[in-house]
Design a protein around this ligand. Structure first.
Ligand code: NAP
Length: 302
């Protein structure tokens, strides 16, 4: 069987594309290697998605999924895409569970949190080092944790961690946060959060579990130690785009035009894995809708 559209990735971008292509009565399948919902599943609280004053990421993801299922979107779990072979009007998606033939593709494969590369980081991952406060925050009840980064992920997760931890220290390499102003305000006014500015993480130390971190102040070059039970790292995102042989920027984000068309005819992109000035649920959803309509028009022209 040849699909009209294969959507790679089951986050907000992919699920929105799925809703639109099914409403256009196209024959589509969505492939997701982890859980349907993407990164928002591990987001504690979403308060900037219009229509919901406040909702958990998992609940929002469940609503997206329910809506996509309502329109009959086929979803395949656990299929990891290795490559896309471009045969012109037909694309062959090579997955861990066999080949899938399709006339068009929407890549909505999102991103993965970046590793920092600090000494001790790999060895102590799962032993106090984490990239997901929603998953691991529970283990730090009444403990002290350090959060690395100054973006929205670091700040929103630091705020979330204050529900469990007794003290949260945010370490940022500059003296100004990158996060949205409203998130900054929430963090600055939270009595459990303190900040260490102009500093980077040099080493995470611990025999079996995290015991302390070694920080270096970039202005003074002075190193210092901070005792901590946990280290949560949020230093940016890596696009999940290795399998896609399309034009990308130097960091691997896929380049697309306003119609979400990539450099290869019939391959579209949506959401966090593309070059975009803003990575939010709202923008992912918008991308998904545009990519779906562009794919539909492409199929009409075929
Ligand atoms: P990000 O915006 O790229 O921020 C990464 C942070 O890590 C920056 O503060 C950066 O410092 C720091 N950093 C990068 N490399 C570092 C290194 N080697 N050592 C120390 N610090 C380092 O990534 P993000 O916070 O994961 O957010 C990704 C996207 O998702 C953004 O568009 C964000 O707005 C969005 N998001 C939004 C929300 C929300 O509630 N609205 C929540 C989560 C994510 P510099 O600032 O100095 O570059």
């Amino acid at each position: 069987m040849v699909y009209d559209i294969v959507i790679i990735g089951g986050g907000p971008a992919g699920l929105t594309a799925g809703i639109y292509v099914k409403r256009a009565m196209l024959n589509a399948v969505l492939l997701e290697k982890m859980g349907i919902g993407g990164q928002i599943i591990v987001t504690d609280k979403v308060e900037n998605f219009p229509g919901f004053l406040e909702i958990s990421g998992a609940d929002l993801a469940a609503k997206f999924e329910e809506q996509a299922r309502k329109f009959g979107l086929e979803m395949k779990g656990m299929a990891e895409v290795d490559s896309i072979e471009d045969k012109g009007n037909i694309k062959i998606i090579k997955t861990t569970e066999g080949d899938i033939e399709t006339k068009s593709v929407i890549i909505a494969s999102g991103t993965t949190p970046k590793r920092l590369g600090a000494k001790g980081e790999v060895e102590l991952t799962g032993r106090g080092v984490s990239y997901c406060a929603t998953c691991d925050g529970f283990f730090f009840k009444e403990k002290e944790v350090v959060v690395i980064g100054g973006g929205d992920s670091a700040i929103t997760e630091a705020i979330y961690l204050t529900k469990m931890a007794k003290k949260v220290t945010v370490v940022h390499r500059r003296n100004e946060l990158r996060a949205e102003k409203i998130n900054q305000e929430h963090a600055f006014s939270n009595p459990k959060i303190s900040f260490i500015w102009d500093s980077v993480l040099e080493e995470i130390v611990g025999k079996n579990v995290v015991e302390k971190v070694v920080l270096k102040n970039l202005k003074t070059n002075v190193t210092s130690e901070v005792k901590t039970d946990g280290v949560f790292i949020y230093v940016g995102l890596i696009p999940n785009t290795k399998f896609a042989d399309v034009k990308k920027d130097e960091r691997g984000f896929i380049i697309a035009n306003a119609k979400m068309e990539t450099s290869v005819k019939g391959i579209f992109v949506a959401g966090d894995c593309r070059v975009t000035p803003l990575r939010q649920i709202t923008t992912a959803v918008g991308d998904g809708a545009i990519a779906a309509v562009s794919a539909e028009r492409y199929l009409e022209e075929l």
